[in-house]
Ligand binder design. Sequence first.
Ligand code: NAD
Length: 289
Amino acid sequence: MKIAFIGLGNMGGGMAANLVRAGHEVNAFDLSEEALARAKENGCAPYGAVAEAVQGVDAVVTMLPNGGIVKSVYTSDVIGKAPGGALFLDCSTIDLETAREVAGLAEDAGYEMVDAPVSGGIAAANGGTLTFMVGGTDAAFAKAEKVLDPMAKKVVHAGAIGAGQVAKMCNNMLLAIHMIGTCEALKLAEKAGLDPQMFYEISSNATGYNWSLNDYTPAPGIGATSPADNDYQGGFAAALMLKDLKLAMAGAETSGASVPMGKHAKEIYEAFVEAGGGGKDFGAIFTTL
Ligand code: NAD
């Protein structure tokens, strides 16, 4: 297939390289010359503009920072410029409203589009082991799966357009909540006189078990190996978790859902990022307790 890939940053760089490895012809564009040069080294064909990169392609994949940029790229340079019949896949994590709006504009112009945000960080993007949560029609999903497969461990059809973004925001809101709860429980155990390692042994096998405790223990030297054991370097940055929580709060607002714990989690991450912790792994909330 001939695929245009727009946005070759931390995530998109590795994803585009995996499409090349799978034998696809990949036209690349990024505002950053450095990112574009890296894509060229990985076998992509670099282009000077989005509208040029999408000429003659079967699919357009975008991996961009936010909804505003996604909307401007599609409305200015993709819709009406890519050939009729091309499939659009936005893999960025963006707000639900924009995801639905851009897909609607694409559909009005006769294109099929899916939202396909990912779970998994930079290592999974490089390794081709991302999980894609896809929103779109059955027909669009069937085509999208073929494009996403070389970048994926798993590709899930979540539902209609926007369902991928809903899955992503709900998952990450839940992740933030159980991470903070896990930090609090580990700290309470320690303060109240129980060895936190003993607490881990018990709770990871009891009803308190969850991914943050069992697989990503946020206390240094306790339980599973995680960024906590490396001064919270690497892993999933608190600033990115805050971005996802803001998207979840926007989604809750537009859909009228009540999310008191999600709101509080957002406030906790906001304070942590404002205090300078944005670059640390999101488990570093443990250090604030
Ligand atoms: P990044 O900032 O490293 O990459 C974004 C790239 O987009 C940059 O190279 C930038 O130059 C480019 N860009 C910005 N505006 C552009 C435009 N108008 N045209 C073309 N290129 C443009 O970000 P990232 O970490 O790769 O994240 C990308 C998306 O993936 C985000 O939506 C993020 O929330 C999501 N995501 C990231 C992670 C992660 O661990 N980094 C995990 C899951 C999902």
